[in-house]
Design a protein around this ligand. Structure first.
Ligand SMILES: O=C(O)[C@@H](O)C(=O)COP(=O)(O)O
Ligand SMILES: [Zn+2]
Length: 212
């Protein structure tokens, strides 16, 4: 896809995520990798009303070369791209159910959500929790590096999910599946549930070549 098509795709994804209530107000941010840098959503932009011409274009050194000032999480996106060579796009959301889970006490920091459905295992697999940092804190980049080497999706404590994919469709679909599973998890609290067992997860890993 050329740059102009990628710009349109970011705006379309932003519109869809906003309309689905997954990025309320001016929350959330999106980026895609280019051959020589990145395109990111500008800081304080509403994902539902992005202008392709005003997206932030950063060069390979992370310097702004055109467009509005980038999301305050640009360093976080960059750290994730650096750790995940195959990532072509990243989506960060404040989707309500995932954000709710990110505020819960007693989560398993290695994996915040149970494997309730096969599709969740296929799109996310495991979801580690990153300790709380204020939005835009550069220390967050270092906090996620080690985790991002092993996981394409993570949950920022008291904040929301960050999901990388090979392209923007993949990142968006995974982020949507994460949100749906967080919703199921909350709906099923205090209800006896049967998550997938180890053998069922192994079968999915083999059938779909999952690296989780
Ligand atoms: O939570 C935050 O402040 C950011 O992570 C966010 O979602 C929106 O910030 P900008 O992308 O800088 O608008
Ligand atoms: Zn945020």
């Amino acid at each position: 896809m050329n740059e102009s098509a990628l710009r349109e795709q970011i705006c379309e994804c932003g519109r869809v995520l906003y309309q689905r209530g997954l990025a309320p107000g001016s929350s959330g941010n999106i980026s895609v990798r280019l051959d020589d840098g990145w395109l990111l959503t500008p800081t304080n932009a509403c994902l539902g009303r992005l202008d392709p011409a005003r997206l932030s274009r950063l060069d390979a050194n992370g310097r702004l070369v055109s467009g509005d000032a980038p999301t305050k999480e640009a360093f976080l996106h960059r750290a994730m791209y650096e750790e995940r060579g195959g990532a072509g796009a990243i989506v960060h959301l404040h989707s309500t159910h995932a954000a709710a889970v990110s505020c819960m006490a007693g989560l398993d920091a290695c994996d915040c959500l149970p494997p309730l459905t096969a599709y969740y295992v296929m799109k996310i697999g495991r979801l580690p929790l990153v300790p709380y940092h204020r939005p835009g804190d550069p220390a967050l980049a270092e906090a996620i590096r080690d985790i991002a080497k092993r996981h394409h999706a993570l949950l920022l404590a008291n904040h929301g999910p960050v999901v990388a994919g090979k392209d923007l469709d993949a990142a968006m679909y995974a982020a949507e599946e994460l949100e749906e599973t967080a919703k199921l998890f909350l709906l099923l609290r205090n209800v006896p549930t049967s998550p997938l067992n180890a053998a069922q997860i192994e079968e999915l890993k083999a059938a779909f070549h999952l690296d989780i």
